[in-house]
Design a protein around this ligand. Structure first.
Ligand code: B1M
Length: 217
């Protein structure tokens, strides 16, 4: 069953205008009309978030708009979760993300996490100032496809290399590791052996897709 165009437009506008009540109303309305939760998720919420991501990249909207849109989208996903299989929730892959030890900057990392959620990844956010041991513990438990490391300080970005080395030494089949943050460059990422670097949250989604499809291919 397809989702009515009117509902698609409504979901996009309510996320764009950060109208949480309207997001909840439309998701509830879709469920009442027996539209499958995976359709509401993929076509409705993820479709709308992709458009919002493009607007952000084009400089038409700002960081707080995206953060609020993504927060409201998460509320919509919560309402759908009971009707989604684990497979449908993690369909595109699982990401563990965090800001490395010694660093409490989280705006960019949150943006990346939210864009990835918006694109259909399951995101486990470890927060900020995350010790290496915590990354190891969660990778061991969750077996993610990807680990995302964020750093905003020239001092803390060095911690990324230590995490990459330790993860690879610890796990025989390690997840792909992507890095980002204001001082991080493509060159630095390659020097520390990261699987990928992205300059912004929108590009992080295509990077993740690329890495996972090459891994699966
Ligand atoms: Co801090 N800070 N700060 N700060 N802060 C910077 C980073 C700094 C450049 C400011 C400056 O001096 N010009 C400077 C670092 C200098 C350096 O290392 N060379 C700095 C400093 C020095 C500090 C303190 C040490 C200050 C002090 O206490 N003396 C201190 C450090 C505390 C700590 O971490 N231990 C500190 C503290 C803070 C606040 C708490 C006040 C606050 C953070 C609030 C928060 O995050 N909740 C803060 C802020 C806001 C900034 C600036 C002004 C803005 C950062 C930001 O949120 N940008 C910043 C200056 C700047 O960057 N222009 C600065 C917006 C955000 C959307 O961009 O995080 O780059 P960004 O994320 C981008 C991309 O980088 C990418 O996607 C996002 C966009 O789409 N990206 C990824 C990010 N992570 C990614 C991960 C990926 C992929 C892409 O894959 C996993």
């Amino acid at each position: 069953m397809n989702i009515p165009q009117e509902m698609l437009n409504g979901l996009y506008l309510s996320l764009r205008e950060t109208d949480l009540g309207e997001v909840e109303r439309l998701v509830a309305c879709g469920l009442e009309q027996n539209i499958p939760p995976r359709v509401i998720l993929k076509e409705g919420l993820i479709g709308a978030m992709n458009l919002i991501g493009r607007e952000f990249k084009a400089g038409e909207i700002w960081v707080p708009d995206v953060l609020l849109a993504a927060r409201n989208m998460n509320r919509g996903i919560e309402m759908l979760k009971a009707g989604l299989s684990d497979n449908e929730i993690t369909a595109r892959g699982k990401l563990v993300i965090g800001t490395v030890k010694g660093d409490i900057h989280d705006i960019g990392k949150n943006l990346v996490g939210m864009m990835m959620t918006g694109a259909g990844f399951q995101v486990i956010d470890l927060g900020t100032d995350v010790p290496r041991a915590r990354f190891l513990e969660v990778v061991d438990r969750e077996k993610p496809d990807l680990v995302g490391l964020s750093a905003l300080l020239t001092t803390t970005m060095l911690e990324m290399k230590a995490i990459i080395t330790t993860v690879r030494e610890t796990f025989p089949d390690p997840p792909k590791i992507i890095v980002g943050g204001a001082p991080v460059t493509e060159r630095f990422a390659s020097e520390i052996g990261a699987d990928g670097y992205s300059a912004d949250a929108v590009l992080a989604v295509s990077l993740a897709d690329r890495l996972l499809s090459s891994g699966r291919g």
